[in-house]
Design a protein around this ligand. Sequence first.
Ligand SMILES: [Zn+2]
Length: 212
Amino acid sequence: MLGANDGIVSTAAIIVGVASADSTRAAILTAGTAGLVAGAASMAAGEYVSVSSQADAERADLAVEQRELRSDPEGEQQELAAIYLKRGLSSRLAEEVAAELSARPDLLQVHARDELGMTELSHARPLQAAGASAASFTVGAALPLIAVILAPASARIAVTMAATTVALAVTGWAGARMGGAPPARGTIRVVVWGIAAMLLTMAVGRVVGTAV
Ligand SMILES: [Zn+2]
């Protein structure tokens, strides 16, 4: 959802900015398409890097844990017992649970889950994350591009801004709903920032377009 929003706002702002500089249809579409590709690529790269370093950190934590399990199994079992004690078990039961889990073949998983707080779900998948954020950016960026392609030449800016405002209202509302926040406030926030971005590039387009 966040990626889609970025795609809508940045591509719409590029289109409105270039169109404000009295550009041809070809120039507007080239700039908009380049903005889509550049944005999707940078979203993917950023996501890949951040999720990869998260995965590296998880791997390093697991390696340390594995080493400790090999060098000090007793101490590790005590560590588990202390964790269960803190979670509210009696010391007798905590010892028992720790002993039984410590006999399991997937002991590393037990430590990963109960000590490091890693779940199967939290396992970082960099390529998947990169693909997902590039895809959602692309879907968002396609909306203002389609709007400007379909718009008559005389109303390019107005149609793009109107379509963008509607698209942002929909994503803002859906995003707030999914996050359990009051939809109206989230929607207004998203729409206001989107319109501000378009007005800014529109001003830039006018100034640079006449100066150059
Ligand atoms: Zn441990």
